[in-house]
Design a protein around this ligand. Structure first.
Ligand SMILES: Nc1ncnc2c1ncn2[C@@H]1O[C@H](COP(=O)(O)OP(=O)(O)OP(=O)(O)O)[C@@H](O)[C@H]1O
Length: 395
Protein backbone atom coordinates (compact mmCIF):
# COMPACT_ATOMS: atom_id res chain seq x y z
CA UNK A 1 0.00 0.00 0.00
CA UNK A 2 1.27 3.43 -0.95
CA UNK A 3 1.92 6.02 1.73
CA UNK A 4 -0.30 9.09 1.65
CA UNK A 5 0.14 12.84 1.47
CA UNK A 6 -2.75 15.12 2.41
CA UNK A 7 -3.37 18.38 0.55
CA UNK A 8 -5.70 20.79 2.38
CA UNK A 9 -6.93 23.66 0.21
CA UNK A 10 -10.34 25.24 -0.31
CA UNK A 11 -9.61 26.37 -3.88
CA UNK A 12 -10.07 23.30 -6.05
CA UNK A 13 -7.96 24.74 -8.89
CA UNK A 14 -4.97 25.12 -6.57
CA UNK A 15 -5.31 21.76 -4.82
CA UNK A 16 -5.75 20.10 -8.24
CA UNK A 17 -2.58 21.77 -9.55
CA UNK A 18 -0.55 20.80 -6.49
CA UNK A 19 -1.83 17.23 -6.67
CA UNK A 20 -1.03 16.88 -10.36
CA UNK A 21 2.49 18.35 -10.10
CA UNK A 22 3.47 16.34 -7.04
CA UNK A 23 2.00 13.04 -8.24
CA UNK A 24 4.05 13.37 -11.45
CA UNK A 25 7.18 13.91 -9.36
CA UNK A 26 6.47 11.37 -6.61
CA UNK A 27 4.71 8.35 -8.05
CA UNK A 28 5.30 6.29 -4.92
CA UNK A 29 2.74 8.32 -2.92
CA UNK A 30 -1.04 8.68 -3.00
CA UNK A 31 -2.27 12.28 -2.81
CA UNK A 32 -5.58 12.92 -1.00
CA UNK A 33 -7.35 16.29 -1.08
CA UNK A 34 -9.47 17.87 1.68
CA UNK A 35 -11.46 21.04 0.98
CA UNK A 36 -11.08 22.61 4.43
CA UNK A 37 -9.41 22.16 7.82
CA UNK A 38 -12.29 20.31 9.42
CA UNK A 39 -12.55 17.75 6.64
CA UNK A 40 -8.76 17.29 6.88
CA UNK A 41 -8.90 16.82 10.65
CA UNK A 42 -11.56 14.13 10.29
CA UNK A 43 -9.33 12.27 7.83
CA UNK A 44 -6.35 12.66 10.14
CA UNK A 45 -8.30 11.10 13.00
CA UNK A 46 -8.79 7.97 10.91
CA UNK A 47 -5.61 7.68 8.84
CA UNK A 48 -1.89 8.38 8.92
CA UNK A 49 -0.27 10.71 6.40
CA UNK A 50 3.43 11.07 5.69
CA UNK A 51 3.00 14.77 5.07
CA UNK A 52 0.28 17.44 5.25
CA UNK A 53 0.41 20.40 2.87
CA UNK A 54 -2.11 22.95 4.09
CA UNK A 55 -3.38 26.35 3.11
CA UNK A 56 -3.74 28.87 5.95
CA UNK A 57 -6.96 30.68 5.18
CA UNK A 58 -9.86 28.26 4.88
CA UNK A 59 -13.48 28.08 6.04
CA UNK A 60 -14.55 26.02 9.11
CA UNK A 61 -11.04 25.47 10.41
CA UNK A 62 -7.97 27.52 9.46
CA UNK A 63 -4.62 26.02 8.60
CA UNK A 64 -3.21 27.26 11.89
CA UNK A 65 -5.98 25.59 13.90
CA UNK A 66 -5.52 22.41 11.90
CA UNK A 67 -1.78 22.48 12.65
CA UNK A 68 -2.34 22.95 16.40
CA UNK A 69 -5.08 20.32 16.67
CA UNK A 70 -3.21 17.76 14.58
CA UNK A 71 0.03 18.12 16.54
CA UNK A 72 -1.98 17.42 19.69
CA UNK A 73 -3.48 14.32 18.06
CA UNK A 74 -0.32 13.11 16.27
CA UNK A 75 2.75 15.02 17.49
CA UNK A 76 5.03 13.44 14.87
CA UNK A 77 3.06 14.93 11.92
CA UNK A 78 4.94 16.99 9.33
CA UNK A 79 3.28 20.11 7.92
CA UNK A 80 4.10 22.43 5.06
CA UNK A 81 1.97 25.58 5.29
CA UNK A 82 0.97 27.67 2.28
CA UNK A 83 -0.42 31.19 2.43
CA UNK A 84 -1.15 34.17 0.26
CA UNK A 85 -0.84 36.31 3.34
CA UNK A 86 2.67 35.25 3.95
CA UNK A 87 4.54 37.76 5.88
CA UNK A 88 7.50 37.00 8.04
CA UNK A 89 5.40 36.97 11.23
CA UNK A 90 2.93 34.39 9.95
CA UNK A 91 5.74 32.21 8.66
CA UNK A 92 7.69 32.39 11.92
CA UNK A 93 4.47 31.74 13.87
CA UNK A 94 3.76 28.56 11.87
CA UNK A 95 7.29 27.23 12.24
CA UNK A 96 7.18 28.01 15.96
CA UNK A 97 3.90 26.10 16.22
CA UNK A 98 5.68 23.08 14.74
CA UNK A 99 5.32 23.34 10.94
CA UNK A 100 8.26 22.03 8.90
CA UNK A 101 8.17 24.75 6.22
CA UNK A 102 6.20 27.73 4.95
CA UNK A 103 5.57 28.53 1.28
CA UNK A 104 4.06 31.74 -0.07
CA UNK A 105 1.43 32.00 -2.75
CA UNK A 106 1.72 32.28 -5.68
CA UNK A 107 3.47 28.98 -5.32
CA UNK A 108 6.91 28.58 -6.86
CA UNK A 109 6.69 24.99 -8.17
CA UNK A 110 10.39 24.22 -7.72
CA UNK A 111 10.32 25.56 -4.19
CA UNK A 112 7.29 23.38 -3.40
CA UNK A 113 8.84 20.23 -4.87
CA UNK A 114 12.13 20.78 -3.00
CA UNK A 115 10.34 21.42 0.27
CA UNK A 116 8.15 18.30 -0.10
CA UNK A 117 11.15 16.13 -1.03
CA UNK A 118 13.15 17.41 1.95
CA UNK A 119 10.22 16.85 4.31
CA UNK A 120 9.75 13.29 3.07
CA UNK A 121 13.49 12.62 3.33
CA UNK A 122 13.32 13.85 6.91
CA UNK A 123 10.47 11.41 7.55
CA UNK A 124 12.63 8.55 6.25
CA UNK A 125 15.50 9.63 8.51
CA UNK A 126 13.14 9.93 11.48
CA UNK A 127 11.91 6.38 10.88
CA UNK A 128 15.45 5.04 10.48
CA UNK A 129 16.43 6.80 13.66
CA UNK A 130 13.49 5.30 15.55
CA UNK A 131 14.39 1.82 14.25
CA UNK A 132 18.04 2.29 15.24
CA UNK A 133 17.02 3.51 18.67
CA UNK A 134 14.83 0.50 19.28
CA UNK A 135 17.53 -1.85 17.91
CA UNK A 136 20.03 -0.16 20.18
CA UNK A 137 17.82 -0.44 23.23
CA UNK A 138 17.14 -4.13 22.43
CA UNK A 139 20.87 -4.73 22.13
CA UNK A 140 21.51 -2.92 25.39
CA UNK A 141 18.81 -4.95 27.10
CA UNK A 142 20.45 -8.12 25.78
CA UNK A 143 23.90 -7.01 26.97
CA UNK A 144 22.50 -5.96 30.30
CA UNK A 145 20.64 -9.27 30.61
CA UNK A 146 23.83 -11.19 29.85
CA UNK A 147 25.61 -9.35 32.64
CA UNK A 148 22.60 -9.26 34.94
CA UNK A 149 23.58 -9.93 38.53
CA UNK A 150 20.96 -12.25 39.95
CA UNK A 151 20.26 -12.42 43.67
CA UNK A 152 18.42 -10.53 46.38
CA UNK A 153 20.74 -11.01 49.33
CA UNK A 154 21.76 -7.82 51.16
CA UNK A 155 25.36 -8.42 50.01
CA UNK A 156 24.37 -8.50 46.35
CA UNK A 157 22.12 -5.45 46.70
CA UNK A 158 25.04 -3.57 48.22
CA UNK A 159 27.25 -4.55 45.27
CA UNK A 160 24.57 -3.46 42.79
CA UNK A 161 24.35 -0.11 44.60
CA UNK A 162 28.09 0.43 44.31
CA UNK A 163 28.01 -0.60 40.63
CA UNK A 164 25.26 1.99 40.00
CA UNK A 165 27.37 4.68 41.63
CA UNK A 166 30.77 3.86 40.13
CA UNK A 167 29.28 3.46 36.65
CA UNK A 168 28.62 7.20 36.62
CA UNK A 169 32.31 7.97 37.10
CA UNK A 170 35.57 6.97 35.47
CA UNK A 171 37.12 5.87 38.77
CA UNK A 172 39.36 2.82 38.79
CA UNK A 173 37.80 -0.13 40.54
CA UNK A 174 39.52 -3.14 42.06
CA UNK A 175 37.19 -6.13 42.31
CA UNK A 176 38.21 -8.79 44.80
CA UNK A 177 36.71 -12.13 45.77
CA UNK A 178 37.16 -15.88 45.41
CA UNK A 179 37.14 -17.82 42.12
CA UNK A 180 33.79 -18.04 40.39
CA UNK A 181 32.11 -15.51 42.69
CA UNK A 182 31.22 -13.09 39.89
CA UNK A 183 34.11 -10.60 39.64
CA UNK A 184 34.14 -10.62 35.85
CA UNK A 185 30.39 -10.12 35.85
CA UNK A 186 30.78 -7.06 38.08
CA UNK A 187 33.37 -5.61 35.68
CA UNK A 188 31.06 -6.15 32.68
CA UNK A 189 28.12 -4.64 34.55
CA UNK A 190 30.15 -1.50 35.35
CA UNK A 191 31.20 -1.10 31.71
CA UNK A 192 27.69 -1.83 30.39
CA UNK A 193 26.13 0.73 32.72
CA UNK A 194 28.75 3.42 32.09
CA UNK A 195 28.97 6.10 29.40
CA UNK A 196 31.84 4.12 27.91
CA UNK A 197 29.47 1.33 26.86
CA UNK A 198 29.62 2.55 23.27
CA UNK A 199 33.37 1.89 23.35
CA UNK A 200 35.06 -1.50 23.65
CA UNK A 201 35.53 -3.59 26.78
CA UNK A 202 38.93 -5.23 26.43
CA UNK A 203 39.78 -8.06 28.82
CA UNK A 204 43.30 -9.15 29.66
CA UNK A 205 43.85 -12.28 31.68
CA UNK A 206 47.15 -11.32 33.28
CA UNK A 207 47.70 -14.84 34.65
CA UNK A 208 47.43 -16.43 31.22
CA UNK A 209 50.09 -14.33 29.50
CA UNK A 210 53.77 -15.29 29.94
CA UNK A 211 55.62 -12.47 31.72
CA UNK A 212 57.96 -11.86 28.78
CA UNK A 213 54.95 -11.18 26.52
CA UNK A 214 52.74 -9.13 28.81
CA UNK A 215 54.34 -5.82 27.89
CA UNK A 216 53.77 -6.41 24.19
CA UNK A 217 50.24 -7.65 24.89
CA UNK A 218 49.33 -4.54 26.90
CA UNK A 219 51.23 -1.84 25.04
CA UNK A 220 51.76 -3.35 21.56
CA UNK A 221 55.00 -3.81 19.67
CA UNK A 222 56.80 -2.80 16.50
CA UNK A 223 57.73 -5.29 13.82
CA UNK A 224 61.19 -6.78 14.51
CA UNK A 225 61.37 -5.54 18.10
CA UNK A 226 61.88 -9.12 19.30
CA UNK A 227 62.03 -12.59 17.78
CA UNK A 228 58.53 -13.46 16.67
CA UNK A 229 57.40 -9.84 16.24
CA UNK A 230 56.68 -10.29 12.54
CA UNK A 231 54.42 -7.27 12.24
CA UNK A 232 53.35 -4.21 14.23
CA UNK A 233 50.75 -5.02 16.84
CA UNK A 234 48.42 -2.74 18.78
CA UNK A 235 48.34 -3.24 22.52
CA UNK A 236 45.23 -3.85 24.62
CA UNK A 237 45.40 -0.36 26.18
CA UNK A 238 45.25 1.20 22.71
CA UNK A 239 42.50 -1.18 21.61
CA UNK A 240 40.43 -0.14 24.62
CA UNK A 241 40.51 3.56 23.67
CA UNK A 242 37.18 5.18 24.47
CA UNK A 243 36.15 2.13 26.48
CA UNK A 244 37.30 0.02 29.39
CA UNK A 245 40.28 -2.26 29.98
CA UNK A 246 39.72 -5.08 32.44
CA UNK A 247 42.90 -6.46 34.00
CA UNK A 248 41.72 -9.82 35.30
CA UNK A 249 43.94 -11.75 37.75
CA UNK A 250 46.01 -8.59 38.18
CA UNK A 251 47.68 -10.14 41.25
CA UNK A 252 49.48 -12.58 38.95
CA UNK A 253 51.30 -9.90 36.99
CA UNK A 254 55.10 -9.90 37.18
CA UNK A 255 56.78 -7.04 39.06
CA UNK A 256 58.33 -5.69 35.87
CA UNK A 257 54.92 -5.62 34.12
CA UNK A 258 53.44 -3.95 37.22
CA UNK A 259 56.02 -1.15 36.92
CA UNK A 260 55.04 -0.55 33.31
CA UNK A 261 51.31 -0.58 34.02
CA UNK A 262 51.90 1.88 36.85
CA UNK A 263 53.73 4.22 34.47
CA UNK A 264 50.93 3.93 31.89
CA UNK A 265 48.32 4.82 34.53
CA UNK A 266 50.36 7.72 35.88
CA UNK A 267 51.18 9.26 32.52
CA UNK A 268 48.07 8.14 30.61
CA UNK A 269 50.43 7.19 27.78
CA UNK A 270 51.91 3.93 26.51
CA UNK A 271 54.93 3.11 24.35
CA UNK A 272 54.79 -0.01 22.17
CA UNK A 273 57.78 -2.35 22.61
CA UNK A 274 60.56 -1.28 20.21
CA UNK A 275 59.13 2.18 19.59
CA UNK A 276 59.99 5.54 21.05
CA UNK A 277 56.63 7.05 20.16
CA UNK A 278 54.12 7.51 22.92
CA UNK A 279 50.41 6.90 22.46
CA UNK A 280 47.91 8.81 24.59
CA UNK A 281 45.34 6.50 26.13
CA UNK A 282 41.78 7.25 27.11
CA UNK A 283 40.65 4.15 28.96
CA UNK A 284 38.90 3.31 32.16
CA UNK A 285 40.77 0.67 34.15
CA UNK A 286 39.02 -2.09 36.07
CA UNK A 287 41.03 -4.84 37.72
CA UNK A 288 40.18 -8.05 39.55
CA UNK A 289 42.00 -10.55 41.67
CA UNK A 290 41.31 -13.49 43.93
CA UNK A 291 44.54 -12.83 45.81
CA UNK A 292 44.89 -10.86 49.00
CA UNK A 293 46.90 -7.99 47.53
CA UNK A 294 47.80 -6.55 50.96
CA UNK A 295 49.48 -9.85 51.77
CA UNK A 296 51.16 -9.88 48.35
CA UNK A 297 52.48 -6.38 49.08
CA UNK A 298 53.91 -7.51 52.44
CA UNK A 299 55.60 -10.40 50.66
CA UNK A 300 57.07 -8.05 48.07
CA UNK A 301 55.09 -9.61 45.21
CA UNK A 302 52.80 -6.67 44.46
CA UNK A 303 53.66 -2.98 44.23
CA UNK A 304 51.90 -0.90 46.84
CA UNK A 305 51.82 2.18 44.59
CA UNK A 306 50.05 0.20 41.86
CA UNK A 307 47.59 -1.19 44.42
CA UNK A 308 46.61 2.35 45.41
CA UNK A 309 46.32 3.43 41.77
CA UNK A 310 44.01 0.51 40.97
CA UNK A 311 41.85 0.52 44.05
CA UNK A 312 40.27 3.97 44.12
CA UNK A 313 37.09 2.00 44.75
CA UNK A 314 37.19 -1.58 45.98
CA UNK A 315 34.33 -3.98 45.46
CA UNK A 316 34.60 -7.17 47.42
CA UNK A 317 32.40 -9.93 46.01
CA UNK A 318 31.48 -12.35 48.79
CA UNK A 319 31.65 -16.12 48.36
CA UNK A 320 28.40 -17.96 47.65
CA UNK A 321 28.62 -19.57 51.11
CA UNK A 322 28.20 -16.06 52.54
CA UNK A 323 24.99 -15.43 50.59
CA UNK A 324 23.10 -18.70 50.45
CA UNK A 325 19.88 -16.63 50.20
CA UNK A 326 20.75 -16.00 46.55
CA UNK A 327 20.67 -19.70 45.68
CA UNK A 328 16.92 -20.04 44.87
CA UNK A 329 16.97 -17.13 42.40
CA UNK A 330 20.27 -18.28 40.90
CA UNK A 331 18.89 -21.78 40.31
CA UNK A 332 15.85 -20.35 38.54
CA UNK A 333 18.05 -18.05 36.47
CA UNK A 334 20.50 -20.78 35.42
CA UNK A 335 17.72 -23.27 34.68
CA UNK A 336 16.17 -20.69 32.32
CA UNK A 337 19.37 -19.68 30.53
CA UNK A 338 20.70 -23.23 30.25
CA UNK A 339 17.45 -24.42 28.66
CA UNK A 340 17.49 -21.41 26.29
CA UNK A 341 21.14 -21.96 25.33
CA UNK A 342 20.79 -25.70 24.84
CA UNK A 343 17.21 -25.82 23.57
CA UNK A 344 16.27 -28.31 26.31
CA UNK A 345 13.11 -28.05 28.48
CA UNK A 346 13.31 -25.89 31.59
CA UNK A 347 13.24 -27.86 34.84
CA UNK A 348 11.79 -26.80 38.16
CA UNK A 349 13.58 -27.53 41.41
CA UNK A 350 11.51 -28.67 44.40
CA UNK A 351 11.72 -26.73 47.69
CA UNK A 352 13.51 -29.72 49.23
CA UNK A 353 16.07 -29.84 46.40
CA UNK A 354 16.78 -26.12 46.84
CA UNK A 355 17.19 -26.55 50.61
CA UNK A 356 19.61 -29.45 50.04
CA UNK A 357 21.63 -27.30 47.65
CA UNK A 358 21.72 -24.47 50.21
CA UNK A 359 23.35 -26.85 52.70
CA UNK A 360 26.35 -27.63 50.48
CA UNK A 361 29.80 -26.07 50.67
CA UNK A 362 30.25 -23.99 47.50
CA UNK A 363 34.03 -23.69 47.21
CA UNK A 364 33.69 -23.06 43.47
CA UNK A 365 31.02 -20.42 44.13
CA UNK A 366 28.52 -19.40 41.45
CA UNK A 367 30.42 -21.06 38.63
CA UNK A 368 30.14 -24.37 40.52
CA UNK A 369 26.43 -23.80 41.21
CA UNK A 370 25.80 -23.21 37.50
CA UNK A 371 27.54 -26.50 36.64
CA UNK A 372 25.54 -28.35 39.29
CA UNK A 373 22.25 -26.92 37.98
CA UNK A 374 23.21 -28.02 34.47
CA UNK A 375 24.09 -31.52 35.71
CA UNK A 376 20.80 -31.84 37.60
CA UNK A 377 18.85 -30.65 34.58
CA UNK A 378 20.40 -33.43 32.52
CA UNK A 379 20.36 -36.24 35.11
CA UNK A 380 17.56 -35.34 37.54
CA UNK A 381 13.80 -35.82 37.47
CA UNK A 382 11.40 -33.01 36.58
CA UNK A 383 11.02 -31.36 39.05
CA UNK A 384 14.50 -31.95 40.40
CA UNK A 385 14.16 -33.53 43.87
CA UNK A 386 16.39 -33.70 46.98
CA UNK A 387 17.22 -37.32 46.12
CA UNK A 388 18.65 -36.12 42.77
CA UNK A 389 20.91 -33.76 44.69
CA UNK A 390 22.03 -36.69 46.90
CA UNK A 391 22.66 -38.91 43.88
CA UNK A 392 24.30 -36.52 41.46
CA UNK A 393 26.05 -33.87 43.56
CA UNK A 394 28.99 -35.41 45.37
CA UNK A 395 30.39 -33.29 48.18
N1 LIG B 1 25.09 -12.74 40.63
C1 LIG B 1 25.17 -13.52 39.56
N2 LIG B 1 24.08 -13.74 38.83
C2 LIG B 1 24.13 -14.55 37.76
N3 LIG B 1 25.23 -15.17 37.33
C3 LIG B 1 26.36 -14.98 38.01
C4 LIG B 1 26.40 -14.14 39.17
N4 LIG B 1 27.66 -14.11 39.63
C5 LIG B 1 28.38 -14.91 38.82
N5 LIG B 1 27.62 -15.42 37.84
C6 LIG B 1 28.04 -16.38 36.79
O1 LIG B 1 28.97 -17.27 37.39
C7 LIG B 1 30.07 -17.56 36.53
C8 LIG B 1 31.36 -17.14 37.20
O2 LIG B 1 31.38 -15.71 37.31
P1 LIG B 1 32.67 -14.83 36.97
O3 LIG B 1 33.42 -15.39 35.80
O4 LIG B 1 32.25 -13.42 36.90
O5 LIG B 1 33.53 -15.09 38.28
P2 LIG B 1 34.97 -14.59 38.66
O6 LIG B 1 34.93 -14.17 40.07
O7 LIG B 1 35.46 -13.59 37.66
O8 LIG B 1 35.80 -15.94 38.52
P3 LIG B 1 37.39 -16.17 38.34
O9 LIG B 1 38.07 -15.51 39.50
O10 LIG B 1 37.53 -17.65 38.39
O11 LIG B 1 37.74 -15.58 37.01
C9 LIG B 1 29.78 -16.83 35.24
O12 LIG B 1 29.11 -17.72 34.37
C10 LIG B 1 28.84 -15.72 35.67
O13 LIG B 1 28.01 -15.31 34.59
Amino acid sequence: MKQKILIVEDEAAISGAIQSILSDEMTEYDFIVAGDGLEAYKLLEKEDFELIISDMKMPKMTGNELLTQTLKLKPESTFIMISAFGDIDTAVGCIREGAYDFIEKPIDINRLITSVKNALHREVLKKENRNLQSENSNLKKKVNKKYQMVGDSPALKEIQDIIDKVSLSDARVLITGPNGAGKELVAHAIHAQSDRNRGPMVEVNCAAIPSELIESELFGHMKGSFTGAIKDKQGKFELATGGTIFLDEVGDMSLSAQAKVLRALQEKKVSPVGSDKEIKIDVRVLAATNKDLKKEIEEGKFREDLFHRLSVIEISVPSLNERLDDIPLLIKHFSKIISEEQGTPKKDFSEAAITSLQKLNWTGNIRELRNVVERLMILGENPVEAKDVDSFVKK
